[in-house]
Ligand binder design. Structure first.
Ligand SMILES: *Cc1c(COP(=O)(O)O)cnc(C)c1O
Length: 394
């Protein structure tokens, strides 16, 4: 039986032994596939929008890792989300979404899909008392851990409640990856991913994926992937496959680094709060330990003081790249209030708890000593000569 890395490396890779014996699937660029005559049986592919051998290989790999029957690869995370909504909903439908959401997802929901009469409510689903659904809710859209506050939602509990009312459960598993969390096993119906992040892992490709077990959902998604044309290109499919092979070792290092950074920041007197599910101080630490097999590489923290301080801190860093996105081998840092979440109003951010002094970190796989040293550089830049502020360790 193949383990996680065995599947990451071998699933979907079926080199054509009649050719050269490649150990890696070739990139099939052909947009169309011929047959000898009208009676010739199809070899499974007709036109690359509806199906391409390289994309198919990736889709098999993705489904295997997520423990799903079916998987589909798309041109971006947003292309998947668009396709999922247009495949599974009708105008007039009501959707509940986690309040602390990837900001592009929120923008798609509010600025695009509401124009087609889909109705969204954003709710803090980390609180048990909020897990009750309107009677006609068609879909619930989850992220866990959430972005950027790293709240953890009880996926199975939410799915049980939702299924009682025939509500479909969609889970964006980008932050955890299938290595640390498998939502279909926790009764989610649909799993979506931005492949751009950990799964490809090298910040050199944009892509998305959806995985399902249910046959009806599979048919609808397959039809709409082709009808909407939101597919991933063969070359990008190849890049994602190449990245996936090291998902497990990368995730292990991302996590180790994130945990040490979290512990370091928690001890720091210039830090007011640290949000990382792997820390015992995290409010849903026990839940995270139950439903995930690891806590991931993302964390956030609040620096004492204003957003100017947060900006000064991140600008002083030399190893952490100041940038949006996450999940690449290189460490990234950003200030959500002025970067990833700046398209939300201040009131909305405050209601959710995203403060101006919040800093989000995507821990890369560099040596941890180098990352801590860089953080020390950031804190040093804040030192305004107050002796109670520096040195940092108590
Ligand atoms: C990046 C991201 C997306 C969107 O994916 P793209 O590949 O950028 O289109 C969706 N959800 C989460 C959690 C993300 O981090």
């Amino acid at each position: 039986m193949k383990g996680f890395s065995g599947k990451s490396i071998h699933e979907g890779e079926e080199p054509d032994e009649t050719l050269h014996g490649d150990v890696v699937s070739p990139i099939h660029l052909s947009s169309t596939f011929s047959k000898k005559n009208m009676k010739d049986v199809e070899k499974g592919f007709v036109y690359s929008r509806s199906g391409n051998p390289t994309r198919r290989a990736l889709e098999k790999k993705l489904a295997a890792l997520e423990g799903a029957e079916h998987g589909y690869a798309f041109s971006s995370g947003m292309a998947v989300e668009t396709t999922v909504l247009l495949s599974l909903l009708e105008s007039g439908d009501h959707i509940i979404a986690s309040d602390d959401l990837y900001s592009g997802t929120r923008r798609l929901f509010v600025k695009v899909m509401e124009r087609f009469d889909l109705k969204f409510d954003f709710v803090d689903l980390s609180k048990d008392e909020n897990i009750s659904f309107l009677k006609d809710t068609k879909m619930i859209w989850l992220e866990s851990p959430t972005n950027p506050l790293m709240k953890v939602l009880d996926i199975e509990n939410i799915a049980d409640e939702a299924h009682e009312k025939d509500t479909l459960v969609v889970m964006d598993n980008t932050f955890a990856t299938p290595y640390f969390q498998r939502p279909l096993e926790l009764k989610a119906d649909v799993v979506v991913h931005s492949l751009t992040k950990y799964i490809s892992g090298h910040s050199d490709v944009v892509g998305g994926a959806v995985m399902v077990n249910d046959e009806t959902l599979h048919q609808k998604l397959m039809f709409h992937q082709n009808a909407l044309g939101t597919v991933l290109s063969p070359f990008d499919s190849y890049l994602v496959m190449r990245g996936i092979k090291t998902l497990k070792p990368r995730m292990n290092i991302h996590e180790k680094n994130a945990k040490i950074l979290g512990e370091y920041l928690e001890e720091h007197r210039l830090v007011d709060a640290v949000y990382y599910p792997g820390l015992p101080s995290h409010p849903q630490h026990d839940l995270a330990s139950r439903q995930m097999s690891g806590y991931g590489g993302m964390l956030s923290f609040e620096l004492s003081g204003t957003s100017e301080k947060a900006v000064k801190f991140v600008e002083a860093l030399e190893v952490f790249a100041l940038g949006e996105s996450l999940g690449g081998v290189e460490s990234l840092i950003e200030v959500p209030a002025v970067m990833t979440h700046s398209n939300m109003s201040r009131e909305e951010r405050e209601r959710i708890g995203i403060r101006d002094n919040l800093i989000r970190v995507s821990a890369g796989i560099e040596e941890i000593e180098e990352l801590i040293e860089d953080m020390e550089r950031g804190f040093a830049a804040l030192d305004d000569g107050r002796s109670d502020v520096w040195p940092v360790k108590s």
